[in-house]
Write a protein that binds this ligand. Sequence first.
Ligand SMILES: C[S@@+](CC[C@H](N)C(=O)[O-])C[C@H]1O[C@@H](n2cnc3c(N)ncnc32)[C@H](O)[C@@H]1O
Length: 296
Amino acid sequence: MAIKSLGEHLKNFFYEEKKSLLANYPGLTLHRLKSDLKLHAFLNGVDSEELFEFPYLPFRSNPITLFFEKLKEGVPLEYITGYAFFYRSLFKVTSDVLIPRSETEILVELANSEIQKNYHNKKCIVLDVGTGSGVIALTLMMEDFAQLDVTAVDISEKAIILARENFFNLRYTIPAKHNIHFLISDRLESVVGSFDLILSNPPYIKALSDRESVHHQVLSYEPAVALFLEDDTYDLWFQEFFKSIYQKLNDQGISLIEGHEDHLESLSEIAKKIGFSAVEIIKDYTNRNRFLRLKK
Ligand SMILES: C[S@@+](CC[C@H](N)C(=O)[O-])C[C@H]1O[C@@H](n2cnc3c(N)ncnc32)[C@H](O)[C@@H]1O
């Protein structure tokens, strides 16, 4: 058997397995696969410009073999490499946290424009509920518009440990004037103090009625706690959430919450009854209802 280069092996693998790869990784390209394999190799101590010209020997002990095995299983690429790109940075992710989605980058942009508009060169006190890997809180903190005092909470201890690790890894990209502290909390239950801006990308899929629309790879690999709420207590969960947000927002404070396109209309009615002075639904780039903006 002729020994192939890693580049050739990857190309053959991609075209031979294309059908099953695309079922697990919609939109996957050879280019994306190449850059993730490069990252995987780098993180496993193989750092070379000529990586793809190297002969590839598919031994089990070869760390690159693991990449191909996990791909065949359908493990999300971000969980294989252990890293996900979000906005301008690379965040560590594990199967204890959601892989950050591109829609959430819009939430960060909306939050940034609130900060620029209302807190330019001032202090802004921010809460991120359900921080997961910390992408929302930490990406905001990379900007320099205001002095941010951030509290990042999650119900999952493992998520909080990872978010803290991401803060440590990214600390040199964050201006020293900002502060962050991490807390385990069920929504705002253990949170003390009041806030100018409350952000959240909470779990928002109904465990039964929305399940069919969830990709099988998400169901198999991403943590249920980050995705699902029970159907019969869904509205109540958000009603309690919105009430505690209202209580902890400063006057004129804003909350931006990501949500499910099919449920934001009814959630906005719940928010109106709580007493927010303005409730607005904001769409994502695919023109679907995606965020609530609540103003106290
Ligand atoms: C959709 S994920 C968002 C993660 C991250 N903020 C992002 O945008 O990628 C929801 C997060 O909320 C957390 N979570 C679920 N229920 C919660 C609760 N009752 N209180 C606080 N956090 C919760 C999950 O552990 C998960 O990290």
